[in-house]
Design a protein around this ligand. Structure first.
Ligand code: ADP
Ligand code: MG
Length: 338
């Protein structure tokens, strides 16, 4: 008799959770992505004890149909794609149908939601099992609460407890989301203190001010460029204001914030000698492209992507930043004087 067997779904989900929801900030990212995909215009995030005690996300999006309850925590169950044709042109932030299954496998979750065509419903899910689904209160959107994260994965729990704090990472996620979505109002409350608040009125410069402060916003220069494949737009902060690391480079592709060493380097190269040695710029940049040109299915966390025209994109970005900064430096820094 052979010795290979298929693991039951609870263990499958726990294994996936290791990658998909590595830490509290990744849970926050996945849940906020779901709110955005559900067309929310308002997303509120309440965190207690760096997410280890509680992560709660309240949105005013489309909600979840009550009949979808049993599928919500099932792995590879998604409303966002259906065919492999869709997989190669992703238009939503989520598509893997893994986040809730993973979170539900390593935490206790409650969901209160209401879909326009369904009934309000309350769902409780624990350690990979649907414990309760009952009629809920009338509401718009979804209110999801995660408690006791990693309660049944002892090593991860111990590791997280040994971390000083996860708060900085959670703030970073919400700031990047807010900068990528100026038309959505974000609010982040950490242990009852408000850390992020944006209005959602579509004005990116105001979001920059809300996130980085008025002075940086006053030094922000709007820029855009377009070629046959890409449209780049956003704000570059004048080089007099700079930072000693690359964390202030906010790059999103079709509004998905990503990490890309090469694109960051193109921006830095574009500033060229305008920056002091070992200093890095502050920038908020969104690049719009045909989703067929970008592969987001590279890593479960979806912050790494692959481009099919990477060299062209890097060249366009560097050239655009360079020409805007050069032109800008000919103009006296009015913001600083006024
Ligand atoms: P994915 O986002 O990849 O589809 P998830 O596990 O994150 O997978 O979510 C599963 C499904 O649950 C989504 O496809 C969506 O239909 C639904 N969902 C999750 N969160 C929300 C939300 N806040 N509002 C509306 N629907 C949601
Ligand atoms: Mg998702």
């Amino acid at each position: 008799m052979g010795s290979i067997k298929v693991l039951d779904s609870a263990i499958q989900n726990k294994i996936a959770a290791g990658e998909v929801v590595e830490r509290p900030s990744s849970v926050v990212k996945e849940l906020v992505e779901n709110s955005i995909d559900a067309n929310a215009s308002q997303v509120e995030v309440f965190i207690e004890e760096s997410g280890m005690k509680q992560i709660r996300i309240v949105d005013n999006g489309d909600g979840i149909h009550h009949t979808d309850g049993p599928l919500l925590f099932q792995r590879h169950a998604t409303s966002k794609i259906g065919t492999d044709y869709d997989l190669f042109q992703i238009r939503s932030l989520g598509f893997r149908g893994e986040a809730l299954a993973s979170i539900g496998a390593v935490a206790k979750v409650t969901v209160e939601t209401n879909h326009m065509e369904g009934n309000p419903v309350f769902i409780r899910f624990e350690g990979g099992k649907l414990m309760e689904q009952t009629p809920g209160k009338e509401r718009k959107g979804t209110d999801i609460t995660i408690t006791e994260l990693f309660y049944n994965t002892p090593a991860r729990l111990k590791y997280m407890r040994s971390m000083r704090t996860e708060s900085g990472k959670i703030i970073d996620v919400i700031q990047r989301m807010a900068l990528a979505y100026p038309n959505i109002s974000f609010r982040l409350i950490l242990d009852h203190s408000e850390k992020v608040m944006t209005k959602g009125n579509g004005n990116l410069k105001e979001v920059i001010s809300d996130i980085y402060g008025l002075n940086i916003a006053r030094h922000a220069v709007a820029f855009e460029a377009e070629d046959a494949d890409f449209r780049i737009q956003g704000f570059l902060i004048r080089p007099e204001i700079n930072r000693s690391n690359r964390n202030y480079l906010n790059i999103s592709i079709n509004r998905r914030f990503i990490r890309s060493f090469k694109l960051s380097q193109s921006i830095i190269n574009g500033y060229h000698t305008l920056l002091p040695k070992d200093k890095y710029p502050i920038a908020v940049i969104d690049i719009t492209m045909d989703p067929k040109l970008v592969d987001v299915n590279v890593h479960p966390a979806k912050t790494e992507v692959r481009f099919s025209k990477e060299r062209e994109l890097n060249q366009l970005l560097e050239k655009t930043v360079r020409s805007h900064m050069k032109g800008e430096m000919l103009i006296p820094d009015v913001a600083k004087k006024s």
